[in-house]
Design a protein around this ligand. Structure first.
Ligand SMILES: [Cu+2]
Length: 69
């Protein structure tokens, strides 16, 4: 498993946090999703055979949030 830490902009409440969490958990190969409202921190693990940083970032964007780092 590879580890990935990202900063997401635009989350303003617990609903946003659960939206991002659900979007990421729906990506095949992603596990251990942790989303923190304060600071917009997202950390997760992924299986490099199934997922990758670009796929993860696309899922966050599709959920309506911006990846800034
Ligand atoms: Cu919200």
């Amino acid at each position: 498993m590879e580890k990935l830490d990202l900063t997401v902009q635009g989350m303003s409440c617990g609903g946003c946090v659960s939206g991002v969490t659900k979007a990421l958990e729906a990506v095949p190969g992603v596990s251990g999703v942790q989303v923190t409202l304060e600071g917009g921190k997202v950390s997760l693990s992924y299986d490099a055979h199934q997922a990758g940083p670009e796929l993860v970032k696309a899922a966050i964007r599709e959920a309506g949030f911006e990846v800034v780092g």
